[in-house]
Design a protein around this ligand. Sequence first.
Ligand code: CA
Length: 221
Amino acid sequence: MHVLLVEDDAVLSDGIARNLTNHGMVVDVVSNGRDADLALQRRDIAVVVLDIGLPGIDGFEVVRRLRARGSTTPVLLLTARDAVEDRVFGLELGADDYLAKPFATPELVARVRALLRRASPAQTSVQMGELTLDTAARRAMVRGRPIELSVREWGILEYLIRHSGRVVSKQQIIDAILPWGEELTLNAVEVYVSRIRIKLGDAGLALRTIRGFGYMLETER
Ligand code: CA
């Protein structure tokens, strides 16, 4: 679930990215309209948080091009306070929601989450074997007992469950859980997976290693 954050104010951008990441989202950050437009054409983005005033092409134009391509990717606009015309114009262009600066971070997180839910309304909870992942509350339970997962472990486990019964490569896992351009070594993935295995305990799941390639998660028989 990649969130694309488009904001040219570096301090604000860092703060927003950190908060969304702390809430388990994978955040890709760009600082101008052209990069945003390219990212939206090339990457799999679940939600866009989009500043209007940007160098080069502005946020309005980014939304206009996105909708002109037929994309329904949800967009949350960041607008200046009191700029009522901007909000109306943005919504008419096809933005889904807006937030006026300055805003409270919890409100931003809540709105992005709401857009994520709207984008994939079906699954707020995933069950496999004796494991339940409550993706809305970000809670994992084995046989009804909560287990603690780090942000990375959660990302990997959720990805494996969504692709259960299929072999996935370590690189696929990395691409799914990391922001664009960030690196994680294949060895680090192995470390996370071995921790996940221990935490799964008696969940009735087999997290198999496919030598030299990756992993497959399936129900134990
Ligand atoms: Ca700006």
